[in-house]
Write a protein that binds this ligand. Structure first.
Ligand code: IPD
Ligand code: CA
Ligand code: CA
Length: 273
């Protein structure tokens, strides 16, 4: 799933490095705009998608547009897959996978657990990931083969052996029945574990990479929510389920991504062993 830098040409490495630098700058600009919308959220018209819990506003749509425009200006042939504006094919094999605001329900009700999540793919591999929280000015980044960073300082997943030693991030949605989550929670709690759900998959996965949470599980998630989180966690020394199998990019899949020392136990609890 993660690009192996040994398998690409020196020219491709330069191209990816250029996009990594661009991503770090561009996501902060998009974050400023998102924070501005957040501070004026009473003016926003809230629409619902198919599920009344699945909300969206002009903030989501415009922030995604800003990300695409800033990137198009520098890398005209790149493609896009975004939650709000869908797929736009490029003329090369670079694809930006974008969630302009992850944690929209929190954003619109005034809670600060939301972020911007962007992944860069080269072909079918994840080359880089960016998660920016404008509320705390925390920028989580990962570049394939070069580790994961928080505000440019290296981060590592939690060094633990048992689920009793920390807290697990959980997500769920009405895309799946409750029965796909509840057995996992039962097993986690029965094993002495604990969980938190803050409403943003990308933020919780970044916290796994930074060693704040022991792992993240959600029975169905979309690629724009989790691809940046996957490379962050793997580059920080953790383990991830094979999310991209069976067209996870377009259809979504379950995600389990964890600190390595608890991966085996959590895989059994999630029935992903
Ligand atoms: C949602 C959040 C939530 C997760 C849902 C996602 P959105 O994304 O990441 O934590 O449980 O599955 O749809 O709608 O806030 O961008
Ligand atoms: Ca999302
Ligand atoms: Ca979103």
């Amino acid at each position: 799933m993660i690009l192996d830098p040994q398998e690409i040409s020196p020219e491709a490495k330069i191209e990816i490095d250029r996009r990594f630098l661009h991503g770090k700058e561009m996501i902060k600009q998009a974050g400023e705009k998102a924070l501005d919308y957040f501070n004026r959220r009473d003016e926003l018209v809230i629409e619902t998608k198919t599920d009344p819990q699945d909300v969206v506003s002009i903030a989501d749509q415009n922030v995604e547009e800003i990300i695409r425009n800033l990137t198009r200006a520098v890398f005209p042939g790149d493609g896009y897959l975004g939650e709000e504006h869908g797929q736009e094919a490029g003329t090369n094999d670079y694809l930006w996978v974008i969630d302009p605001i992850d944690g929209t329900a929190c954003f619109l009700t005034g809670m600060r657990s939301w972020c911007i999540s962007i992944a860069l793919m080269k072909g079918d591999k994840i080359a880089a990931g960016f998660v920016y929280d404008p509320n705390t000015d925390e920028l989580f980044t990962a570049l394939a083969g070069h580790g994961a960073q928080l505000n440019d300082k290296a981060i590592k997943t939690y060094d633990i052996k048992s689920v009793t030693e920390g807290v697990m991030g959980i997500g769920t949605s009405h895309r799946i029945p409750p029965s796909e989550l509840l057995p996992f929670l039962d097993k986690l709690l029965s094993s002495g574990g604990m969980f938190i759900r803050n409403g943003s998959c990308a933020l919780m996965m970044s916290y796994v990479a930074a060693g704040r949470l022991i792992g993240y599980f959600e029975p169905h998630i979309n690629s724009w929510d989790c691809l940046a989180g996957i490379i962050l966690i793997e580059e920080a020394g953790g383990w991830s389920s094979p999310f991209l199998d069976q067209d996870g990019l377009n259809k979504g899949n379950p995600i389990l991504a964890t600190a390595s020392g608890v991966a085996q136990d959590l895989r059994q609890m999630a029935n992903l062993a």
